[in-house]
Design a protein around this ligand. Structure first.
Ligand code: CAA
Length: 439
């Protein structure tokens, strides 16, 4: 049977960096450890004045196409996932296709283009669409370009301000993929929620604490849905990438997930002497008492060697890049996958044919959990990433510069500042009349 999945990936960060410990914490009069240890973040990526979701997406897409030797005729579909769209009519993929047409022979007139929106889970939904399109045979031999691109900014003073970020992840979806196959098992947890929204506004209205509870609830539902299709065991998976609004959230999600899928397995039995069997609803008077007992169990679980070894092997490697770039919304779970593969390659860990449990999430709210299998070409694909150089070359902004750039990206036309960096052979935003010119 032909496999379909992610053949190649490219990462594009915003060109600026805000250091949370050195720059943000002192200005906020906060202990730096709140960000570095509590949230698990060291810095955020920001777009310079000439960058936006289109330029970052087009720059990632171009590097991917160049590396894979692709022309527009090889691509039959361009889907952009974003929750930072500036156009309520034209999808961002049309702008990105326009940028790419300026630098390649041929055009994308034959390509179906769209924009996927469901907060951060939209990147995974766009991959699902592309996989289904290829699986149905409608692709006529062509691949799909999926680009997850966001400027994840919050209002100044919002509790989410420390978790900001900006960047794009471009992925080529194709038959016989080199990186990972996307397998058919897929579970959902979905409900109409109002903890994080942007009704006709640039920055989100967020109930931060509640958003964390909603994240965990939808993840639990999605796991239950996966279990309707296949039995799960924590040791089945070599890597477990989560959507990463900030690494501290993943710490909570991972503990919940481990507890959930170890219920009734040898792992629960093995840990029973140390921390007891898991609480069962029927042993408690009400939901609240049951929830408290579960929290107590999960807290003890995270102290066990069994759990820590699992977490260090399957989850910790997914957080490496995010710690230095912040939340990229639609791109975050795809950064998590890339981060784990990169770390595995660097440490000589063999992941050929290993399974990943990919846990995507979007506020509003929906979790999708699916399974991927690492393909034998993964090491060469990951070796081609230049994300370390990109992160190193970012310009480190002062707090005063941060205040200015934040205003620029709030479309404040009275803030007219020069760029902090000089574009180097990249697409740049050059006024609304002409998006994404290459300089
Ligand atoms: N040293 C070490 N740790 C410290 C510390 C210190 N000096 N000070 C605080 N901490 C710890 C806290 O104990 C806490 O950890 P625990 O949750 O494990 O207890 C952590 O640092 C954060 O501290 P606070 O809870 O006090 O932080 P906060 O209230 O200022 O902000 C937040 C947290 C509400 C989540 C905020 O970051 C936020 O609003 N973020 C945006 C919303 C978000 O990301 N939600 C996540 C789920 S929704 C989603 O995933 C979609 C998406 O992408 C947005």
């Amino acid at each position: 049977m032909t496999t379909v999945g992610i053949d190649a990936v490219e990462i594009r960060t915003g060109n600026l960096k805000l250091d949370l410990a050195e720059t943000f914490a002192p200005a906020k009069d906060e202990d730096p450890a709140k960000y570095t240890k509590g949230l698990g973040l060291h810095s955020s990526s920001f777009p310079d004045v000439y960058e936006d979701i289109v330029t970052m997406g087009a720059n990632a897409g171009k590097r991917l196409m160049d590396r894979k030797g692709l022309e527009p005729d090889d691509i039959g579909r361009i889907d952009v996932a974003t929750e930072s769209a500036f156009d309520h009519s034209k999808p961002a993929s049309t702008y990105i296709a326009g940028c790419l047409e300026d630098v390649y022979e041929g055009d994308f007139h034959h390509a179906n283009k769209g924009e996927r929106k469901f907060a951060c889970v939209a990147g995974t939904q766009a991959i699902d669409d592309a996989v289904n399109w290829i699986g149905s045979g409608k692709n006529r031999g062509r691949a799909a370009l999926v680009i997850a691109t966001d400027t994840a900014l919050y209002a100044r003073g919002d509790s989410g301000e420390a978790t900001q970020g900006a960047g794009a992840v471009a992925m080529l979806i194709d038959e016989d993929p080199s990186l990972v196959s996307v397998d058919p098992v897929q579970g959902f947890g979905s409900a109409d929620e109002t903890d994080f929204l942007k009704p006709n506004q640039q920055f989100p209205s967020v109930d931060g604490k509640r958003s964390m509870q909603v994240y965990l609830a939808r993840m639990r539902e999605a796991l239950t849905d996966v279990e309707r299709q296949r039995d799960l065991h924590p040791d089945d998976f070599a890597v477990v990438p989560f959507h990463i609004p900030f690494p501290g959230m993943v710490r909570k999600g991972a503990a919940l997930g481990y507890r959930h899928i170890s219920r009734g397995t040898d792992v629960e039995e093995e840990l029973a002497e140390e921390i007891g069997m898991q609480p069962r609803r029927e042993d408690f008077e009400d939901d609240e008492a049951f929830r408290d007992a579960l929290t107590e169990y999960t807290d003890s679980l995270t102290e066990t060697d069994r759990y820590r070894e699992w977490y260090d092997r399957t989850v910790e490697p997914t957080l490496g890049i995010s710690r230095h770039v912040g939340n990229w919304y639609t791109g975050s779970v795809h950064l998590a996958r890339a981060s784990a593969l990169k770390e595995a390659r660097e440490s000589g860990r063999d992941l050929d044919d290993e399974e990943m449990l990919v846990c995507s999430y979007g506020s509003g709210a929906q979790a999708e959990i699916h399974i991927e299998t690492v393909q034998p070409g993964w090491e060469d694909e990951i070796a081609a990433l230049n994300v370390d150089e990109q992160l190193r070359d970012r310009y480190d902004i002062t707090f005063a510069e941060y205040e200015q750039i934040h205003e620029v990206h709030n479309y404040d036309e009275t803030t007219d500042i020069d760029a902090f960096t000089t574009p180097e052979a990249e697409f740049v935003f050059d006024g609304w009349g002409r998006m994404g010119e290459r300089k």
